[in-house]
Design a protein. Structure first.
Length: 216
């Protein structure tokens, strides 16, 4: 009788523990799913598994140059920061999904136009020296509106299949809402690109020396 009583006492307890563990696991999975589908808040770093880079949305009404300096001085997990350089459609789609089109609206990217380019479409480069092979311009952009030298890149207007659209604006665009930082091990830019920009090598060299080597 004593053995039977012990079993009767143990079974309900065991079932209760199983239920508690199951409920805990379901809650944890629900939390992970919520994080996965929720857009990232401003100031939160988001990881892109496709390229191993992190991204951060910063809310700040500043000029492009102020944003560039702030991004270049930022770091995350040992990775140096820079204004985001979107090199293909998948990356632009990732950013639109992570931060939403509305969240990216009027936020600076790390694109700029080489001085002296008369064609609004020509001469665009990235702050890292990466090739400017992909663009997601809003239809009708870039256009140097009102005959101004619009030589900086910002998320603006609507969206396309490739995500949030881009626009060319002046460096001191006074309604900019913020900027996007990308964290990665930045490659050295080509010397020819530096010379074309009229920038001293130290403009990049100082940034590179502050970045530790990172293996993916």
């Amino acid at each position: 009788m004593l053995t039977g009583q012990c079993h009767c006492a143990i079974i309900p307890t065991t079932l209760g523990n199983m239920k508690n563990n199951l409920a805990r696991r379901l809650s944890q999975r629900a939390l992970l799913l919520l994080v996965a589908v929720s857009p990232a808040a401003s100031g939160a770093q988001v990881f892109n598994p496709a390229n191993g880079h992190y991204y951060e949305l910063v809310a700040a009404s500043v000029s492009w140059e102020t944003a560039r300096i702030a991004a270049a001085g930022a770091s995350h997990l040992g990775l140096g920061g820079h204004l985001v350089t979107v090199t293909d459609a998948a990356e632009n789609q990732f950013l639109t999904s992570a931060f939403t089109a509305d969240g990216l609206h009027l936020h600076w990217l790390g694109g700029l136009q080489v001085g002296g380019s008369l064609d609004p479409v020509a001469g665009w480069v990235w702050v890292t020296g990466e090739p400017f092979m992909f663009a997601n311009w809003e239809p009708g952009e870039p256009n140097d509106a009102n005959s101004e030298d619009e030589n900086r890149l910002i998320f603006d207007h609507g969206t396309s299949l490739n995500g949030k659209a881009w626009n060319d604006v002046v460096p001191a665009f006074d309604i900019a809402a913020g900027y996007v930082i990308e964290y990665q091990a930045v490659p050295e830019p080509a010397i020819g690109w530096l010379l074309a920009m009229g920038l001293p090598f130290g403009w990049f060299a100082g940034r590179s020396q502050r970045r530790p080597a990172v293996c993916y």
